[in-house]
Ligand binder design. Structure first.
Ligand code: AMP
Ligand code: MG
Length: 397
């Protein structure tokens, strides 16, 4: 059985990076992964400009307390004349500094009248001017290949004048759930049956990560049906993801079905919830079999499937960032598997304390809704209230 870290490393090492690149408009590229570095063709800002509303002057020509002639008016967006020696130019935030000026006096330091303007105090040369290229120099790299594009990344690309980006074509994930006990939401309750929550879970996790989704629905618990559906799945997308049927019970057909059509290279991880976690290949396509219990499916998707899928998609930053907080609980029975317990933070006297949901069962979906993240309980560890524990916020997923 692999440890959690071994399993993640193994999965990422097995990810074959997709190579199909497409150009997308900025509006269509949110969540996509950059296939090439982005270079800025321009300086940002493109010209020296005023940091505030005021008067552009040449510091060497102007004395405080004397009336100065205002020779031009420069609103943002205009192209100014060179500054006439000994005069001031009325200027507004973002407007280009005229040639010959080397400082801006803020308007609060100036008294304007019909005759001109009088400055009480004067700035140093260079003050209140944003320099050409001070944010981005022309031809410098602003984003690296492998970056998953967030709103601020896309805004940065827009700020250098580019309307489109080269991204990896989003992977297509094919999913199905297994279990004869499952009803679809909307159906009337039936004796012995439960509602299928993993179907919605998979669908929305896939959408959240920006992948394409092909849904093969719910498959009956027989070897033949599982094999048939796996074959179909392999023909329809890049990665196959299933839930349930992955243990070794008589009603669990995922393992033998995958082995009959391809191979499994991993199927258990030393963790809780979610020990059964299968990885392999079906007819040349990557296969991930998540556990059936909904909390296990949620946890293993985020901790294992997510970095694997992002690696396949060409993304570079795969490790979800965690923080260290204080435990607001005792954990007195150490386990040999690493546990990921549903928790949320509460601030007490400038310290964040992790509190645990009262029911940590792997079928208890309410724990994932109450919680805002996972506390990591390392193997063989006892924890006392106040000890530092690692916390992974759901936000990072
Ligand atoms: P399995 O791995 O198929 O043995 O399933 C483990 C547990 O998860 C069982 O209690 C199943 O009823 C439950 N389960 C499996 N698939 C789903 C699903 N799609 N939605 C909700 N519960 C499920
Ligand atoms: Mg089952």
């Amino acid at each position: 059985m692999k440890t959690v870290n071994e399993a993640i490393e193994f999965l990422v090492s097995q990810a074959k990076v997709s190579e199909v690149v497409e150009s997308r408009s900025l509006a269509q590229a949110l969540g996509c992964v950059l296939a090439q570095d982005v270079r800025s063709p321009v300086n940002v800002p493109p010209h020296d400009n005023s940091m505030m509303d005021g008067y552009a002057i040449n510091r060497a020509d102007i004395q405080p307390g004397l009336v100065v002639n205002v020779s031009q008016r420069i609103p943002a967006g205009s192209a100014p004349q060179a500054l006439q020696t000994g005069t001031a130019a009325r200027i507004f935030t973002g407007a280009p500094i005229p040639a010959g000026a080397n400082a801006v006096v803020m308007q609060e330091m100036a008294q304007a009248s019909e005759a001109g303007v009088v400055f009480e105090t004067l700035p140093q040369a260079g003050e209140n001017i944003r320099r050409c290229g001070e944010d981005i120099a022309a031809d410098s790299i602003i984003l690296k290949a492998g970056q998953r594009l967030r709103p601020q990344d896309l805004a940065l690309i827009a700020s250098v004048g580019q309307a489109a980006v080269a991204v990896f074509k989003p992977l297509t994930l094919v999913t199905f759930t297994t279990g004869d006990e499952l009803l679809q939401p909307g159906q009337a309750p039936q004796a012995g049956k439960i509602y299928n929550s993993n179907h919605t879970l998979l669908n929305t996790l896939v959408a959240q990560l920006g992948f394409n989704w092909v849904d093969l629905g719910q498959v009956e618990d027989t070897l033949a049906a599982t094999q048939e559906t796996l074959k179909k799945a392999a023909s329809l997308g890049d990665v196959i993801i299933t839930t349930g049927g992955v243990s070794v019970g008589e009603e669990d057909h995922i393992k033998p079905a995958v082995e009959s059509l391809g191979s499994l290279s991993m199927w258990q991880v030393k963790m809780k919830p979610g020990k059964p976690l299968a990885f392999g290949e079906v007819l040349g396509k990557a296969f991930l079999g998540l556990p059936g219990n909904p909390v296990s499916a949620f946890t293993t998707f985020n901790l294992f499937a997510r970095p694997f899928l992002l690696a396949m998609q060409g993304a570079k930053d795969l490790t979800p960032k965690s923080v260290w907080v204080s435990a607001d609980f005792d954990w007195l029975k150490p386990g040999f598997r690493r546990e990921f317990v549903r928790a949320r933070l509460e601030n007490q006297q400038q310290t964040s304390y992790a509190q645990l949901y009262h029911h940590q069962g792997s079928g208890v979906l309410t724990s994932t809704v109450w919680a805002e993240g996972l506390v990591v309980i390392p193997e063989d560890r006892v924890i006392h209230r106040g000890d530092k524990v690692e916390y992974i916020s759901f936000d990072v997923f």
